[in-house]
Design a protein around this ligand. Sequence first.
Ligand code: LLP
Length: 471
Amino acid sequence: MVSTHPTGVQDSGSKYLPQISSTQTTPSPNQQLLPLTAKVNLHDHLEIGGCDVKNLVAQYGTPLYILDEATLRAACEQYRESFKKYYPGESQVLYASKAWNCLAICAIAASEGLGIDVASGGELHTALTAGVEPEKIYLHGNNKSRQELTYAAQAGCTVMADNWHDLNTLVQIAQENSGEISLPIRIMLRLTPGIDCHTHEYIRTGHLDSKFGFDPGDLDEVFAFVSQQSVLNCAGVHAHIGSQIFERQPHRDLAALMVQWLTQAAGYGLNLTEVNVGGGLGITYTESDDPPSIEEWVKPICEVIQQQCELANLPLPKILCEPGRSLVANACVTAYTIGSSKEVPEIRTYIAVDGGMSDNPRPITYQSVYRTVVANKMSAPITETVTIAGKHCESGDVLIKNAQLAKTEPGDILVIMTTGAYNYSMASNYNRLPRPAAVLVGNTEANLILRRETYDDLIRQDCLPERLKKG
Ligand code: LLP
């Protein structure tokens, strides 16, 4: 329901609030613009997790990532429970932590029973430090270093073998093993399925011209090799077809294809028991986005795998999936303080905030579109069309073009929605801006999960050679 003013002008903020009725089950977080706990309070301020955004900003400063624990947990639960509901075999949801990798989020995902997909030694280190069980960590990457592979093998994680280089290096590591690795090393094989889907070119990975995974044409050779390596234990196959996907057919096709790979592997005496269908479920960034719910995404995958296994007379494999965006994106907003503005007559008005492409590089990288509200004037009417600019020395540093907004002034708090995925994880220090803080909110409490960087943090890794020192 969109609330309107007596004048017929639309409310700027409350139209984005989740519509939750007491009789309904929890909505799918990936279909909401604001976190599930978002409300407008008596001061007409946005409140998340029972915390007034204006107070959070007063305490922690801006830019500030505000992560709602209840929304993140609801998304984890919906994935986990949907598999339980639709699949009689085993299942394991992994959080693709590239979406936002930090100790607190890994710990929350693990406490919800999820495993973690990591894409580098750094992400692996974070997950292990957060206390995630190594058996539930899966290491990805199209060019893993020997050191990363060794780290994963020593810790007892599963390695997603992406190519021959991975396989050969793993065999060498196992052979040179000084006794610190328990053999065999557990692996899965990543394959490029050749399934196309409609998403941005940079985030599409399943078509054949991709840098990731083995070509299915090489499968016989790969299976033959793996079946001969006593130091490797191949648990199954993996594929990821892309990100921000709204269609359901590509994952149906993928599920069917993956069962064929299991049959093919059996021809080499390989008893593969795991199938990982990757991530990719899309989310709502604007009202016009209409992704399936988490449950609607999980259901057909379970059905197809069951049907195909029955036809092929195979036992049901354990299904894994590794969503990133749809777990965390809609649980978070970014709060900024509005500063300067500039009117370019007859063209546009720029309103600048105290962050930009360094804390959210998605608009400049993928032309991503976001929605925004003024957190301290939630029901002020929409009267302006403005362009939200960042503060970087780059003309393309624009967060939102033509945002529909209430009238603002310097000091107002602008909140950009759905910023939980691929914002902090892709943040930079461009122009030497310190990376923002992040708080976890829930039950009227806020806990810092990422400290704001200081100017000293920015120069911590700098080295000034003796001969350049003054005096
Ligand atoms: N598994 C693998 C192997 C992946 O490469 C990815 C994402 C995922 C899982 C998680 O996909 P998701 O459920 O989040 O769609 N930076 C881009 C997105 C890059 C996605 C990379 N891989 C963006 O901001 O849109």
